[in-house]
Design a protein around this ligand. Structure first.
Ligand SMILES: C[S@@+](CC[C@H](N)C(=O)[O-])C[C@H]1O[C@@H](n2cnc3c(N)ncnc32)[C@H](O)[C@@H]1O
Length: 256
């Protein structure tokens, strides 16, 4: 028996997201961010993770003794995060708060010292105006001595690494097909993602359409500067100054 679902990005794939991303060393990413925090002498221990998704990093921050707010636009992704929190140690439940919101338009009652936005999430903002709105909200929500740390895929990554190609994967019961198309005028990479989940003699097909846009580093710098930030860019997981030829870049922004 076969059933098929077509859905918006980050809806029906939510229960499978962690399995699909299990190759990511999130623990290493968080350790790297802690080095950035130490380098910038950030002492507060409260993180707002924008576009937190299923909350892999939310749980890692909690494990490291931080208070965490997770914000995401997808309820199904947040629901997976909520279920994982319920299964985790009850003592962390007072230290975490989840918000279903848009990173282009949010406001918190209290400012926070650390804000993160990880794993391509900013690339999901397809217009410069979206980045501007997001950076303005970050500025308003960050404490004056706080820090905003994010990663972003470069044009080189979307154009040359992902390009126009299809690949197939198998992760346990999940067979997936990833078809990317890069538009050289808009710098938008479109992904047709199909999952075939084979379980108990049944096959469920899930299709989602994702789009990511890459921006020149100079544009991101200019938009952050206009929003009131000083910023540095590093090659992801290093402290080497970033270049356009890097695949993923880590941005670090502090208020001027
Ligand atoms: C690739 S996932 C990354 C999730 C998580 N940060 C991680 O590292 O696994 C991108 C996330 O961005 C969220 N997202 C995309 N656009 C958003 C927006 N405008 N506001 C809030 N969340 C958004 C999606 O719902 C999704 O959970």
């Amino acid at each position: 028996m076969k059933s098929e679902v077509c859905s918006r990005a980050f809806t029906d794939i939510a229960p499978y997201y962690d399995t699909l991303m299990s190759f990511i060393n999130y623990r290493g990413w968080v350790a790297y961010i802690e080095n950035i925090l130490a380098f910038n002498t950030i002492r507060g221990k409260k993180v707002l993770d924008l576009a937190c998704g299923t909350g892999v990093c939310v749980l890692l921050w909690l494990e490291r003794g931080y208070d965490v707010i997770g914000l995401d636009g997808s309820l199904p992704m947040l629901e997976i995060c909520r279920q994982k929190l319920i299964r985790s140690a009850p003592r962390v439940h007072n230290n975490v708060y989840l918000i279903n919101g848009d990173m282009r338009n949010f406001r918190l009652a209290r400012k926070v010292p650390i804000m993160t936005c990880l794993y391509d999430s900013l690339n999901y903002l397809l217009r410069e105006a979206d980045l501007v709105s997001c950076f303005e909200c970050v500025y308003d929500t960050l404490s004056d001595d706080g820090i905003f740390i994010f990663d972003i895929n470069t044009i080189h990554c979307l154009h040359d690494e992902w390009g126009n190609q299809t690949f197939h994967r198998q992760d346990g019961d999940i067979y997936s097909t990833w078809t990317n198309t890069f538009n050289t005028s808009t710098f938008v990479s479109s992904l047709d993602l199909t999952l075939a989940i084979k379980k108990d003699g049944k096959e469920t097909i899930i299709k989602e359409f994702h789009q990511e846009r890459a921006y020149p580093l100079s544009t991101i710098r200019e938009l952050l500067t206009n929003a009131g930030f000083d910023c540095s860019f590093y090659r992801h997981l290093t402290f080497t100054p970033a270049q356009e030829r890097d695949l993923r870049v880590m941005g670090v922004a502090t208020k001027k």
